[in-house]
Design a protein around this ligand. Sequence first.
Ligand code: ADP
Ligand code: MG
Length: 300
Amino acid sequence: MDVCPESLRYELLTEVGEGSFGRVYKAREVGGKQRLLAVKKFHFSRGSEEAGIPPPMIREVALLRKVGYFNHPNIVKLLDASAVYVGSTLDLTLVLEYIDQDLSTLLSKAPSSGLGRDLIKDMMQQLLRGLDFLHTNLILHRDLKPENILVSNRGEIKIADFGLARIVTFNIALTPCVVTLWYRAPEVLLNTVYMSSVDMWSAGCIFAELFLLRPLFKGYTEMQQLQKIFEVIGLPDEEDWPRETPILYSDRLGPRVSCTRLLPNLDQDENDLLSRCLIFSPSRRISAAEALTHPFFVKP
Ligand SMILES: Nc1ncnc2c1ncn2[C@@H]1O[C@H](COP(=O)(O)OP(=O)(O)O)[C@@H](O)[C@H]1O
Ligand SMILES: [Mg+2]
């Protein structure tokens, strides 16, 4: 059945999350199926000289709606999106299906003995299917991390909080943004151009975290984040260092050799897939489509 936005009415129940740009509420549909919903509201105040809804935001909302029509099982379903002006404040509201918990909550509740290999494989496969779908549609997530990955009580993985990265960047000057660096690809930390491979870096960090139950690289400044990365994957060769970066190549950034095993206790396929996600050069990093055919998933 198609969702007719006008018929989607809801009452807000509780606040479930507060981000740097808005709030997320748990809500219940009024009438209809009385589904649980997640309602995400953003307020952007803009100068009075700037009239109208910013075109990038219109494009982004259109994109989110388009993605919703495909009904991909590993992408959180957007049921309605609207943007209106209230005085000089732009209010953007997204209504999504409600999913029980996010991956960071799941990880915080996991037994110290770990998640189990089958579960890790299943979650990674779903995550990569969602990413492959986004990348095929030329959408980069750019902020993939456990808080932005939802897990239903039936074990379904749903990627959330995507597409908006561009809206947020568009408004970046307005709010000092505190975002975690822990899942950021080196090319992002080095301030150079990037593409879908940034999400594969984050996917690699998340893959490691599913085993470790804690983040793999925990830096608090961009420099420290890079150093943590190089401690594990080794400093790249100077010819692989991007030319456009303001950060100068230096031997002091890390050891030249990588660890042979990125994490203790990984078997060969697990270690191989992880190391392919964590390749310094974006063009050599594995893609989501390639990762799905990796022996880690394919071998019986
Ligand atoms: N569809 C949803 N169902 C249930 N909880 C959600 C949903 N979307 C987001 N959340 C919760 O709200 C938090 C913030 O939402 P998110 O979309 O990531 O916004 P932000 O831009 O604030 O990071 C998430 O980490 C998650 O815990
Ligand atoms: Mg988020």
